[in-house]
Design a protein around this ligand. Structure first.
Ligand SMILES: C[S@@+](CC[C@H](N)C(=O)[O-])C[C@H]1O[C@@H](n2cnc3c(N)ncnc32)[C@H](O)[C@@H]1O
Length: 216
């Protein structure tokens, strides 16, 4: 499989029984996890027929109909006792929160998440819902940065900056992280030059300082 983002996410299903991949679209993640023998079985679910048709075709092409089950479903309404690991990748953080909020996660031991946006909101919810981040990666794919979050049940207490960028990601200070923050800083410097009022300028200065401290 070509996608580094999906490869890295898939690795964290290793040793689990059955994956529920919500918002599967093409179904590449559950297909990969079953093909690699990371899980015995997987559900590939999507709430739209078009994307699910792509998954059905890919599952058939690989002859995995008995092991990867396509499902037309909104969110995670289909969770059952055999599904012990759940992935939701490629949606906004707010949408992921709303799916997790309404799901019965009592049999789920691990969550694998990538939000395209609103990571602060997502980590804030996960902290309150008593999910603990056990690993994180900042992945760059096609010029975009993706925060991969791996969680198991437990307590955490994150600062605001950790909710935004991730405690493991901040600690690791990878090349990707430095590149991402330097890009953010560049944009802020331009915004500061263009700021119309002193208060707007001050706000941007505070944010610049905050990001510079994270980089140190
Ligand atoms: C951008 S794609 C991501 C595909 C794949 N997970 C990935 O990361 O490459 C998002 C998919 O989520 C599906 N989706 C959005 N809201 C959903 C929901 N509430 N329940 C299930 N699927 C949903 C969309 O139909 C779409 O196929």
């Amino acid at each position: 499989m070509k996608s580094l983002r999906l490869q890295r996410a898939g690795l964290y299903t290793k040793g689990f029984n059955c994956l529920g991949d919500c918002g599967t679209d093409h179904g590449k993640l559950p297909i990969y996890c079953v093909e690699q023998g990371f899980v015995k079985k997987a559900y590939a679910s999507d709430n739209k027929e078009g994307p699910l048709d792509n998954a059905v075709k890919n599952i058939q092409d690989k002859g995995l109909q008995n092991k990867v089950i396509p499902l037309l479903a909104d969110g995670l309404v289909y969770l059952n006792e055999e599904i012990d690991v759940v992935s939701i990748l490629g949606m906004g953080g707010r949408m992921i929160v709303s799916i997790l909020k309404t799901a019965d996660l009592s049999h789920v031991k691990r969550l694998i998440l990538i939000a395209n946006s609103e990571n602060f909101l997502l980590r804030d919810f996960l902290e309150q819902a008593e999910w603990l981040i056990i690993a994180e990666e900042l992945i760059k794919e096609n010029g975009k940065f993706y925060q991969l979050l791996i969680l198991e049940k437990g307590l955490m207490n994150l600062s605001n900056i950790e909710k935004e960028f991730g405690p493991f990601i901040i600690k690791e200070k990878s090349e990707n992280f430095e590149e991402m923050l330097k890009l953010l800083l560049k944009k802020l410097i331009v915004a500061k030059l263009e700021a119309k009022s002193d208060s707007a300028k001050k706000k941007i200065e505070t944010r610049i300082k905050e990001l510079e401290e994270v980089l140190m």
